[in-house]
Write a protein that binds this ligand. Structure first.
Ligand SMILES: [Ca+2]
Ligand SMILES: [Ca+2]
Ligand SMILES: [Ca+2]
Ligand SMILES: [Ca+2]
Length: 330
């Protein structure tokens, strides 16, 4: 009798331990009442890997929503578009000699051919950028630099352009995903870990003065949210697409994604972003950069003592995977 009771306890222990290890999340079939398009499950891979030497596989795919629209996964990008210039390296472990120890060494290595002309009679501005994971940047609607490492390992960039103030900076930010359509990646024992994003930038003018930093005066709008385990967790307030009440612990193979069409002219100076939500700021510790040399080697630009650039994103750093940012630099 006593032995049987003990056996039951042992069995119970293993059942509980197994449940804790497998990290399951149940999918709730609620009605969606928002303005986005709903997808469920994984997308189809179309490009196997944009960057084969990378740590994680940077694939591209598509998925069809319940309203019969097709969506690019994780986003429409210009990575293979030769007309969109690559940003220069601040830190890039995939290019020999480009693991720069500090910003002045990386800046000194730049060539005049690295300068993109926005205004021929402008001055040269230098932007320092760390992004989790991929960005494409425009100034006054002109492509000035895309991230050369789409997913991981983590890199950081310099974008140089000749322009006249005021100018409008527009950035497409992608928190990449290994499980296309599911917003998740492998991490430790989990195959559906919910990764996060984050974008930080500091811009200097030709004389080295700081003229722009990321902060809560930027605008940020989200266009892809995943994974969602219960559509009822989503809400909208004005143009803010909110997922504050959604589960961010783990994804699933049948979780939902929410997609909104990116406006065709979103990067132009004339685009009206007045109805976009303001960007949300995040601590370095929340983004998790303290162990990344591509960030920590450049504290003089990213954590400048007098003008501290702050990590920004839309409201949900984990679930919002395609985010557009805009700011007019006066
Ligand atoms: Ca990157
Ligand atoms: Ca990420
Ligand atoms: Ca900072
Ligand atoms: Ca994410």
């Amino acid at each position: 009798m006593k032995k049987s009771h003990f056996a039951k306890l042992i069995t119970l222990f293993f059942v509980v331990a197994f449940a804790a290890c497998t990290e399951t999340v149940s999918i709730t079939d609620s009605t969606y009442t928002g303005t986005g398009s709903v997808t469920q499950g994984a997308g189809a891979t179309k490009t196997a890997n944009l960057f084969p030497s990378g740590v994680r596989v940077a694939a591209l795919g598509t998925i069809t929503s319940t309203d019969n629209k097709t969506w690019a996964l994780p986003a429409e990008v210009n990575f293979t578009n030769a007309a969109f210039p690559f940003a220069s390296d601040l830190y890039n472990s995939y290019v020999s000699g480009h693991n720069y120890a500090n910003s002045s060494t990386a800046t000194a290595a730049l060539l005049s051919s690295n300068i993109v002309t926005v205004d021929a009679d402008g001055e040269v501005f230098t932007a320092y950028i760390f992004e989790d994971n991929y960005f494409e940047m425009y100034v006054n609607g002109i492509p000035v630099g895309k991230d050369p490492v789409p997913y991981t390992d983590f890199n950081s960039c310099i974008v140089r352009f000749k322009a006249k103030k005021p100018f409008t900076v527009a950035v497409k930010c992608v928190d990449w995903e290994e499980n296309l359509g599911l917003g998740t990646e492998k991490q430790g024992s989990s195959s559906n870990y919910i990764g996060d994003g984050g974008f930080v930038m500091l811009i200097k003018n030709a004389s080295g003065s700081v003229v722009g930093i990321t902060d809560n005066t930027w605008k940020a709008q989200t266009y892809y949210i995943a994974p969602i385990s219960d559509l009822a967790c989503l809400s909208e307030s004005g143009n803010a697409r909110l997922s504050t009440n959604c589960n961010t612990s783990v994804g699933a193979s049948n979780s939902y994604g929410i997609h909104w069409a990116v406006p065709t002219n979103w990067f132009n100076t004339s685009y009206d972003d007045s109805n976009w939500p303001v960007a949300t700021t995040f601590l370095n510790s929340t983004v998790g950069v303290d162990n990344k040399s591509s960030y920590t080697n450049f504290a003089d630009v990213f954590d400048n003592a007098s003008k501290d650039a702050i990590f920004i994103w839309s409201s949900n750093l984990k679930l919002d995977n395609l985010v557009l940012l805009r700011k007019k630099i006066e």
